[in-house]
Design a binder for this molecule. Structure first.
Ligand code: GTP
Ligand code: MG
Length: 452
């Protein structure tokens, strides 16, 4: 017997992969809007969420998704820019996403961030499919816009088909080298043991019906039980971004994965100095099929149910951290909720030492990733925090005894103007980058230079 559709939450789908392999383009295609045109350059600066209702999935996927066969309400896609650590999408020590799409450029194959994403998917046990993107760039390709992949595949010349096959088998081989048994999705019988590879073009839409069908099918089949939650309970979510918004001050872009949040709810949010207790002044959301980060005009809502991307406006959010938990208190003891948020925050706390470098990062997840990379490189950390480089950080770094520790390593953060001046005056060196291994490498070469 099928459950009441109102009691099932939307599965959360993370879209990840190497820079420029086509994550945003895929979502653009799905949304039917050109979000990437509004982005700074070709690189996505931030992450956002896109809700696609079942009816829309069904109309895009044609015969491959019959709405009547499903009782999940649709799919909620989260885009992750290539340089943004996917580890931000965490929840309760695991992955925030229920399922993932790993986008791989068919011509480029596996690249560093493809491997990084695979590692995280493996570690968190997140089920995923591979979208082998840009099939339209196969030499001699004859595009059939929006067609299911087998249809367009059959319509190609032998030569074009062969070329595509070579690239696809290359990717299947690379997955196998990484320990994943994989095959073209229509040959996969058991998606729990095998990774399905879906050839697509985010440009022409070929294969996108198949991808949606596989995502809906997998969610319905393997995740339905997890989707049966108390949608009216106190909400739980993860902060994707802390953003200043005209008229609202600091706001939170949140992915709500459990329960409900209502205007006026008391919430607890992970902050730089520990849990922040505040009250929701406004719940803001772009219309379905649009995107948090480009929508200038928000719709104001009384309440929001999981799973959703929503913007929360509330006082005192300046110190809130991206990647941190958000919990609604409603009907529960405040102290208990604060404890829960503290417990989640302490999972991510970085081990620090009396002597070492100062680390700043844009999100809790990237801070964690930075700390791991530095531990592997045996570089000690004096202090590690989420946020832009502030004068306070320079003051802390300047207390180091060793010159090689009078250093701040900033991952994906800005430097406040006052801090800029302090750096010069205090003789503290700042390294900044949006690639973790590059930051570590730069710092290591700096030490080598000094030792020479
Ligand atoms: P980051 O957010 O920077 O990590 O990149 P991304 O993965 O979101 O890639 P994006 O969607 O911005 O695409 C990168 C480039 O590839 C753009 O110029 C797209 O137009 C192009 N592109 C993406 N998908 C396709 C495709 O299927 N076919 C072709 N021909 N070009 C594509
Ligand atoms: Mg992008």
């Amino acid at each position: 017997a099928s459950a009441d559709p109102g009691s099932l939450r939307t599965p959360i789908v993370a879209v990840l992969g190497h820079v420029d392999h086509g994550k945003t383009s895929l979502l653009d295609k799905i949304r039917g809007s050109a979000v990437s045109e509004g982005e700074a350059g070709a690189i996505t600066q931030h992450i956002g969420a896109t809700a696609v209702p079942l009816d829309t999935v069904s109309s895009m996927a044609g015969e491959l998704v019959m709405a009547d066969d499903f009782d999940l309400p649709g799919l909620l896609f989260i885009d992750t820019p290539g340089h943004h650590s996917f580890s931000t999408l965490r929840a309760r020590g695991g992955a925030l996403a229920d399922i993932a799409v790993l986008v791989v450029d068919v011509n480029d194959g596996f690249q560093p961030q493809t491997k990084e994403a695979l590692d995280i998917l493996q570690r968190t046990g997140t089920p995923f499919v591979v979208a082998a993107n840009k099939i339209d760039t196969t030499p001699g390709w004859n595009p059939n816009p929006k067609a299911p992949v087998q249809e367009t595949y059959e319509a190609q010349t032998d030569r074009a088909r062969q070329r595509l096959d070579e690239n696809l088998y290359e990717i299947i081989g690379q997955l196998s080298d990484s320990g994943f048994s994989a095959d073209l999705y229509w040959r996969v019988q058991n998606f729990q043991n095998n990774i399905g590879v879906v050839p697509i073009s985010a440009m022409t839409g070929e294969g996108v019906p198949d991808l949606l069908a596989v995502l809906m099918g997998l969610s319905q089949r393997y995740m339905k039980e997890e989707m049966e939650i108390d949608l009216t309970g106190p909400g739980k979510g993860t902060v994707l971004e802390v953003k200043d918004e005209k008229g609202f001050g600091a706001t939170l872009d949140v992915v709500l994965y459990d329960g409900t949040v209502e205007e006026g709810d008391r919430i607890v949010v992970g902050g730089v100095e520990g849990p922040i207790v505040t009250e929701v002044r406004a719940l803001l959301r772009p219309r379905a099929l649009s995107e948090i980060r480009t929508e200038a005009e928000f719709e104001r809502l009384d309440s929001v149910q999981a799973a959703s991307g929503v913007k929360l406006a509330a006082p005192d959010l300046d110190d809130a951290m991206a990647g941190a938990p958000v919990r609604v208190v409603r009907g529960r003891h405040l102290e208990k909720v604060i404890d829960e948020v503290e417990a989640e925050l302490s999972e991510i706390e970085v081990d620090t030492e009396d002597e070492g470098v100062v680390v700043k990062a844009d999100t809790l997840g990237s801070l964690e990733a930075m700390a791991n990379a530095l531990r592997e490189a045996e570089i000690p950390i004096l202090r590690a925090e989420v946020g832009d480089v502030a004068p306070r950080d320079v003051a802390v770094a300047s207390t180091a005894n060793e010159d090689e520790h009078r250093v701040i390593l900033g991952f994906n953060v800005d430097t406040l103007p006052d801090a800029e001046r302090e750096l010069d005056q205090q003789g503290v060196k700042l390294f900044g980058d949006d690639v973790i291994y590059q930051l570590v490498e730069d710092y290591e070469s700096f030490i080598e230079e000094r030792e020479r």
